[in-house]
Design a protein around this ligand. Sequence first.
Ligand SMILES: Cc1cc2nc3c(=O)[nH]c(=O)nc-3n(C[C@H](O)[C@H](O)[C@H](O)COP(=O)(O)OP(=O)(O)OC[C@H]3O[C@@H](n4cnc5c(N)ncnc54)[C@H](O)[C@@H]3O)c2cc1C
Length: 482
Amino acid sequence: MPLSGKQFTDLIPQLQSICGKTNVIYHADELRVYECDAYTLEKMPPDAVVLPGNTSEVEAVIKLCRDRNLAIIPRGSGTSLSGGVLAVDGGVVIGLSRMNRILDVDFRNRRALVEAGCINVHVTQAVQSEGYLYAPDPSSQFACTIGGNVATNSGGPHTLKYGVTTNHVLGMEMVLPDGETVWLGTQPGGPEDIDGCDLRGAAIGSEGMFGIVTRVLLRLIKAPQSCKTMLGIFESVDDAASAVSDIIAAGIIPAALEMMDQLIIQAVEEAYKFGFPLDAGAVLIIELDGQTTGLSSLTDQIQDICRNKQAREVRIAASKEERALIWKCRKRAFGAIGRLSPNYLTQDGVVPRSRIPEMMKFIKQTAEKYQLRIPNVFHAGDGNIHPLILFDEKDKDQVKRAIQAGHDILGKCIDFGGSISGEHGIGVEKVDFMSRQFSPEDLEAMMKLRKTFDPDMRCNPDKCFPSASRCIDFTLKKQISA
Ligand SMILES: Cc1cc2nc3c(=O)[nH]c(=O)nc-3n(C[C@H](O)[C@H](O)[C@H](O)COP(=O)(O)OP(=O)(O)OC[C@H]3O[C@@H](n4cnc5c(N)ncnc54)[C@H](O)[C@@H]3O)c2cc1C
């Protein structure tokens, strides 16, 4: 229940005494900034937002909330696309944006210790002059935080070859919901192999329900010696999808293998002026990296595969600048959607790679069925689809149709033996699908693990579990039945 009256007036000065007056937000108009994340279909402002400056302040805030039995909601940059930071039933949002420092870089051991509010891309920017990088690169990497990446086990275009966040996080400091601070996994300066249960692994992807991550020990990798970025231009999504399967079947693992369909190409071209042909059915961005020797023959092989699948053209980025522009178009594609529609709903399903053509057909039929436009830009190499369902939130019927279209697509992912989230998490958006994807026994086991960390279920409540006291139902069901 949201706080009221005395409860509220007592709380604010106490939070201010911990974090400083300017680091507590509680006026209704200012709280609107925090009423949702990048999943804008649902909005619920918290009672207050605190912006602690260090782990001790996080601990003190958590202890205060524990004593008052208040929900705590960790928040990084709020780029979640599944409503992961929604304060469904009020509570205190703990924002990590002030805890954004890179604390230590240890090149000898290829590690960086960062605060959880550190922006993803800042890590690579800090180490690239020495020839290193931090591999997970979500398209939101200019905004999202390492803490948010840990909580959602983020992926990105280059995770096809390099793996997702869990493969690059060695350990982390976490403040548990009772205020105790623990370190999970490898300690800074400690050996990589540790004994006992992999609690680090359990906490990665726990969507902020196990505690507040405050510091993270990251693995750095050596930047590849060389890199070739290609653009395959296809007449149809089918041909492009078929080329994806053939590339993988040939035993090639590109660093990235991304697809954009015609509608996205048009939006991106209008926004960033790359020179994409507006009549192409789909483009593939295919990136190879590694030792310079050997890259040319793989490039030739990929060009042949694309041509065998009727590619109209396969361009190779001629310069660093051209490569950067290709990636700008891909990584900022969601932003370009503003040119097509006032609102969009991003789905994040996964299908076996070989079923991408069928899935794309299904999405097209779904668009027709609900009379909506659904462009696609996605991690084709991983089978991780991102249909963007376009709608106008002012038109309630369109909202209803967009939600139903999303449900049909997610349902189809499950039918195809895939899953309901590749990287964006479950949040509030997909709670109703958890019991379709998992058995009651699986869900019970997950809940037991959750309760081990958070017995009172106060840390980011109402997310992930279908049995959550209030879930997606609260506004969406109203919208669907309206
Ligand atoms: C344009 C766009 C492109 C995107 N592309 C990708 C992509 O390529 N790959 C991908 O994986 N995702 C992508 N996302 C989704 C999103 O950026 C990621 O989920 C990201 O990891 C969220 O980080 P954040 O800092 O914004 O976290 P938030 O949105 O603030 O929070 C996300 C979740 O993490 C929890 N959390 C945040 N910080 C902490 C903490 N310190 N301790 C504990 N829990 C915490 C929150 O409670 C919430 O459950 C994209 C989003 C947008 C808007």
